[in-house]
Design a protein. Sequence first.
Length: 131
Amino acid sequence: RAASRRRDAFLHRKREELGESLVASTLGLNDLLNARGTQEIESLARDRDAERLHLLCRLYFPSLVVPACRYLDAGTGVHRALLETYDPSDPRSCGAQAADTAAFKQARAELVQARDTLVGLVAEETLTRHR
């Protein structure tokens, strides 16, 4: 019984870390959208929070691995669309430069869908475990 409570508490902390990683990943994307300059963009190009989220799913929540992969891939698609449209001679932010391109709009929509799906599944996982 005590071991079961410890495991439940441990998994609860991991679910919290999952949520925190998802929020941090979203904030990191906002930083990338506001980036100006090649060096700043390159420093933000790797989404370590999404990678952490994926790792947590692989280790503790196997039912969330595929949605986490989709989220990670969708984030990479947004980064790619941003970098493909970036023009260092344009004073606008990376996001402002890409905002009207079809590739960025599609990549961002895919990211939002993947994120929303993952949020829903994490919430469902949390509710299922607390019944």
